[in-house]
Write a protein that binds this ligand. Structure first.
Ligand SMILES: [Zn+2]
Ligand SMILES: [Zn+2]
Length: 339
């Protein structure tokens, strides 16, 4: 067994040393996505596409694949011929076959105008989390990035921000925020802690908001100084109010004062799950899809529960699992044994 683990693993050895699913429901957007929109399917292809009819099919497919997903979805509703053209785009076919929930999610949270068909296809064919390089079993569909569980529950870029938080953090006004990639959340239950979210929230992408802030103020330093001056000013006003005797209904509002940065909560923060869809990786060469598997040697490694490389949330594919065994040791009786 030891020798087998040290050489290249085959698929059946990989299956013996891994398991495909956790017994935890993460309550991402997958669990909250509405029933598919009613794609109006025309039954009689009586009409052409006007001036687009003269374009060769291949060129038309290439043009359509560059369209954003909202425009493409609108286009396929034009008539039956448009529907057939869109259905014939190779990238769209792959999306419908392997990532239909991602497409439904994008249309549901209204991020389709910022994501092209080509981008979604490229992310479907990307295996690694953009942040850490591990197998990324999810797409963050506010801006369409491939991510892993550990990164989308802890890294800043995957925490969509409410306007008020984007304003506090990056000093942006509503006018600028309105121009940035943003989503409308779907009410439901989110995160393994099963937080109930009753309202549709408008949430803006963290990185885009940060970049807009830096552009507005000219540099990170100036932006941070502005934000901290405003926060200081608000804190002084808050303290002044506290030192006054409470009067009338305004007394209760001070209890809701929140300090800057108090809006994370990592894997317990429902906002981190509202733009996340489980999506397999499509291998462009073999055309196989993989969801990744969890290591049995890390399943009960509670000592390192919060840390890589032995975090139980990490996912692997057969060709990168050898590296994990080299790093953490061969597996015997369900445990890693470092040499
Ligand atoms: Zn990651
Ligand atoms: Zn392991």
């Amino acid at each position: 067994m030891e020798e087998q683990q040290e050489s290249s693993l085959d698929a059946s050895q990989f299956c013996d040393l891994t398991y495909p699913r956790l017994r935890i429901n993460d309550f991402t957007l997958d669990e909250n996505i509405p029933i598919p929109p009613d794609y109006h399917i025309y039954t009689s292809p009586k009409f052409g596409l006007g001036s687009l009819d003269i374009l060769p099919l291949e060129l038309l497919q290439r043009i359509l694949s560059q369209l954003d997903l909202r425009t493409l979805t609108d286009f396929r509703r034009v008539n039956h011929l448009a529907l057939q053209f869109v259905a014939s785009i190779p990238q769209y076919k792959a999306i419908i076959t392997h990532a239909s929930d991602a497409l439904r999610g994008i249309l549901s949270i209204e991020t389709g105008r910022w994501i092209t068909c080509e981008t979604l296809y490229t992310m479907l064919c990307t295996r690694e989390c953009e942040q850490c390089g591990d197998f990324g079993g999810y797409l963050y569909i506010l801006t369409c990035k491939r991510v892993c569980f550990l990164c989308f529950t802890s890294e800043q870029p995957y925490l969509p921000l409410r306007y008020i938080h984007a304003t506090r953090k990056f000093g942006l006004n509503r006018q600028i925020l309105d121009t940035l990639p943003q989503m409308r959340s779907i009410p439901g239950i989110y995160s393994p802690n099963q937080k109930k979210c009753r309202h549709r929230l408008t949430l803006v992408d963290h990185d885009c908001a940060r970049r807009a802030g830096i552009t507005l103020y000219g540099s990170v330093t100036v932006m941070e100084k502005h934000v901290s001056d405003i926060a200081g000013q608000k804190l002084r006003q808050y303290r002044e109010r506290l030192s006054q005797p409470p009067t009338g209904p305004s007394a209760s509002t001070t209890r809701h004062h929140r300090t800057e940065g108090a809006f994370d909560g990592e894997s317990g923060n429902p906002l981190r799950f509202m733009a996340i869809i489980r999506t397999p990786w499509l291998n462009r060469i073999s055309q196989d899809v993989e969801l990744g598997s969890y290591c049995i040697g890390c399943e009960r490694s509670y000592d390192s529960y919060r840390n890589r490389p032995m975090h139980f949330r990490r996912k692997f594919t057969v060709d990168v699992f050898n590296e994990h065994l080299r790093q953490c040791g061969r597996i015997e009786n369900g445990k890693h044994h470092p040499d």
